[in-house]
Design a protein around this ligand. Structure first.
Ligand SMILES: [Zn+2]
Length: 322
């Protein structure tokens, strides 16, 4: 018996090789099945409700407890993930950015993923971005291209420096209005598909999420607009949180077990105090660690990435095995 939970984070889970964008950074469906078999062999699956009860009622969890979390409401989760989990009697927790599901619009972060996946030579994208920055420099009082590149191009555990430059520039650095203009122009030029059509092929529908919820899957908050919550005013964070709670209620979720997973893993002290006011029980970050319910703040639980764990049943456990 233990207080530890290995929370695993997933994003795209798809038939990568046969998909139109095989370069998207995602998990192939066979690797997903292999990882589930690996986890079934070495871990004990728990539900979100069991994890929450364990924290608040001090009940113990099985040894090597594992909880599966899926961010961003991709249609992959309904088509690929849900059938596997349903067959094996495993619960997944799904965190849907409400706007993507309800408005048939694409999150800018996803536009950027597909731009990166469609154009193999990253320098070509950077060249196009520089042209757009030149175009808007005076109007938006922008710094030089070199200023942005030097400031933002810093590799991390997931991406090379050039990719980080593009993501940071278009997700945080420029003002919101301009970020959207530049991302849309790139998407139009490189992908060339109407956003509402692309969005319907990318995200789950409301009915699909309702169906999963009805069949025992957990639905949590991932904000409305998928903002970096820590970059918003308290008032705007409140709106994000309230709208996401309305959505959870609308799909049939139980607000006594409200959970959130922070877009980009980003939040601040205002976020945490608002979540307490709204009676959220747990929050999941992108800090890379096995969660320990006897030590961690329940609103700041760390998660492993799918790539931190083996993807086939016969592979030995690694350093993350507790
Ligand atoms: Zn997300």
């Amino acid at each position: 018996m233990s207080h530890k939970v290995t929370i695993v984070m997933y994003h795209y889970v798809r038939d990568l090789i046969h998909s139109k964008y095989p370069n998207i950074k995602g998990l192939d469906k066979n690797d997903f099945k292999g990882q589930i078999e690996f986890l079934a062999k070495n871990y004990n699956f728990i539900t979100m409700e069991e994890m929450i009860d364990s924290y608040y009622n001090k009940t113990l969890l099985p040894k090597n407890a594992v909880l599966l979390t899926f961010d961003d409401a991709y249609i992959d989760h309904f088509n690929v993930v849900y059938p596997v989990l349903n067959n094996m009697g495993i619960q997944g927790s799904f965190f849907a950015p409400v706007r993507a599901v309800m408005e048939n619009s694409m999150l800018d972060v996803n536009k950027i993923h597909f731009i990166l996946a469609a154009q193999e030579n990253i320098n070509e994208i950077i060249k196009k971005i520089y042209i757009l920055l030149d175009k808007y420099r005076v109007e938006y009082k922008l710094e030089s291209n070199l200023y942005y590149y030097t400031k933002l191009a810093k590799e991390n555990r997931y991406d090379i420096a050039e990719v980080i430059f593009i993501k940071r520039l278009l997700q945080v650095e420029l003002e919101e209005n301009l970020r959207k203009i530049i991302t849309d122009e790139l998407f139009k030029e490189i992908i060339g598909v109407d956003e509402s059509i692309f969005s319907r092929e990318l995200y789950m529908s409301l009915d699909q999420i309702k169906c999963m919820c009805k069949n025992g899957m957990h639905i949590g908050s991932h904000g409305y607009d998928h903002y970096w919550l820590g970059s918003l005013s308290r008032e705007n964070q409140k709106i994000e949180i309230e709208k996401s709670l309305e959505f959870i209620k609308a799909v049939g979720g139980d607000l006594n077990y409200a959970s959130i997973c922070y877009p980009y893993g980003n939040y601040n002290a205002d976020t945490l105090s608002l979540l307490q006011n709204y009676n959220f029980k747990v929050g999941m970050t992108t800090r890379v660690e096995v969660s320990d319910l006897s030590l961690d703040n329940p609103l700041e639980l760390p998660r492993l990435d799918t790539n931190d764990l083996p993807k086939a049943a016969n592979i030995e456990v690694n350093k993350w095995y507790t």
